[in-house]
Design a protein around this ligand. Structure first.
Ligand code: PA5
Length: 476
């Protein structure tokens, strides 16, 4: 693995040695899980060999890197804007990459400063005001619209598609097709059918890769490459973690250890909240991405053997130092129902001195002399971690050597694998999301989709009942 960057998991403060046995995990508890953990590694390996887990092999698909880079080379300078339309797993990975690896104010840089790459807008909601505001600031003739949906039928993305297709046809006439690129299933779904009929440029999402596991497919890679991110390095980082997490020994496999620690804390110590506290603003998108991955994969009513279990721990994003002034009070003194995972970057790209040692400083602020913002964020992280540990709050730390495409790829793969292992511990189907269906069906029924007529009648009665009581207003 040579000089490549390492990702570290420090779980000392998860352990009883550090925070006591009431909230901390003992070595015996971890040892008790070893046989199961080892069996789960073997099961995942078998499933991978049988082709049931294609997301695990994505880091080795260098062909897609070549194809995407060829496309990007050809089109990037034709467009001032790239607008990505998608939702859930079809947007959160893109946002994670963009916020982590591009300049914080990418869209405000000049064309030259962006090296000729377009401005990036990732729009994952249908709030009518937000959508109108997007249309206010982008001009269709200088914009590429990237519609991403694995199913090719998602109502939010397809509604955006209908709006924008009409707009593009009206504004651009015959040339409108050059302003569209779709990323969807290779065969199934309405968007694939339209893509083939209209001859839109398109990439396919590999079969068997679900939305929240698709960041290392064209779903995440295309928009990343359109902003100059080194997508080959993203895949290399992921492959690095794959190789580093092969062992069936829990003590030698960070993804497996991470899954075991979260599971034991939840099942054995009632820690049902998983706080992901990133001491890097740039990783806020990655924290949102993780929250979807964990929540949708593990929050399940049924076990794989169809028992009702209503399981899953709730992931929550927090940002250091910002949330020290917002959430930390609760983490320090509230219920003992949380595990805090700090995300830390060893070396930031920039060093920002606060005030030089020799410069004059206001009285009361002398302690900042000779320090940088880098020292300050590091010290605040250490101070907060120590304070939480002293309060016997279980916490662990994931450290990246630096923030780069390679290390972000590492983080993605580490968490995907960890979630897959956790699914084994929780005994759930990690890769479905049946709970999301009920709300979708209600929406489609209310919108008048033919196959849900009966359901529409039922819910109209329900909604009516609710309106008749238990309402109170401020004012008239
Ligand atoms: O992880 C998932 O499968 C979901 O979050 C989907 O990504 C989300 O529902 C969007 O689906 P689609 O990509 O089919 O539009």
């Amino acid at each position: 693995m040579g000089d490549k960057k390492t990702v570290h998991l420090d779980f000392h403060n998860m352990m009883a040695d550090s925070i006591g046995p009431e909230h901390g995990i003992t070595e015996e508890e971890l040892k008790g899980l070893e046989p199961l953990a080892s069996q789960y590694v073997k099961e995942l390996k078998d499933e991978r060999i049988q082709g049931k887990l294609p997301f695990l092999d994505l880091p080795y698909n260098q062909d897609i890197v070549v194809q995407i880079l060829e496309t990007v080379d050809f089109i990037k300078e034709k467009f001032k804007n790239l607008v990505v339309l998608g939702i859930g797993g079809s947007a959160l990975g893109n946002i994670a990459i963009h916020t982590a690896l591009n300049h914080s104010f990418h869209n405000l840089l000049t064309d030259r400063e962006r090296n000729g790459f377009p401005r990036i807008f990732i729009h994952d909601n249908i709030d009518p005001d937000g959508f109108s505001h997007l249309l206010d600031i982008i001009k269709p003739h200088e914009t590429l619209f990237n519609f991403t949906t694995k199913s090719g039928t998602t109502v939010e993305t397809m509604s955006q598609f209908l709006i924008l297709i009409r707009l593009l046809r009206n504004k651009l006439g015959n040339g409108y097709k050059d302003h569209i690129i779709t990323i969807t299933d290779s065969e199934r779904g309405t968007l694939r059918a339209i893509t083939e009929r209209e001859g839109f440029q398109s990439f396919s999402i590999p079969a068997g890769v679900g939305g929240r596991y698709s960041v290392l497919t064209p779903v995440g890679l295309f928009s990343a490459a359109m902003s100059g991110v080194d997508i080959g390095a993203l895949l290399d980082g992921a492959a690095w973690v794959d190789k580093a997490c092969q062992s069936d020994n829990i003590w030698e496999n960070p993804a497996l250890m991470g899954a075991a620690l979260y599971f034991l804390s939840h099942a054995g110590k009632n820690k049902n909240l998983l706080i992901m506290m990133s001491y890097s603003s740039a990783l806020r998108g990655a924290a949102d991405w993780f929250c979807q991955l964990w929540a949708e994969s593990l929050g399940k009513k049924f076990s794989v053997s169809k028992e009702i279990i209503h399981t899953g721990s709730t992931p929550v994003k927090a940002i250091g130092v910002t949330d020290q002034h917002s959430q930390l009070q609760l983490y320090m003194e509230g219920p003992y129902d949380k595990v805090i995972t700090f995300w830390k970057i060893e070396r930031f790209i920039n060093t920002v001195p606060i005030i030089n040692k020799e410069d004059a400083v206001e009285s009361g602020l002398e302690y900042l002399q000779g320090h940088s913002l880098n020292d300050l964020i590091e010290t605040e992280f250490e101070g907060t971690r120590l304070a939480l540990t002293e309060q016997k709050r279980p916490n662990c730390t994931i450290t990246l050597d630096e923030l780069s495409a390679f290390t972000l790829g590492q983080l993605f793969y580490l968490f995907e694998l960890q979630t897959a292992y956790a699914g084994k511990f929780y005994k759930v189907n990690t890769f479905d999301q049946p709970g999301v269906e009920a709300g979708k069906i209600n929406t489609l029924a209310l919108l008048g989709k033919k196959e849900f007529e009966q359901r529409k009648t039922e819910i109209t009665v329900q909604l009516q009942k609710k309106k008749e009581g238990y309402r109170i207003s401020c004012g008239n």
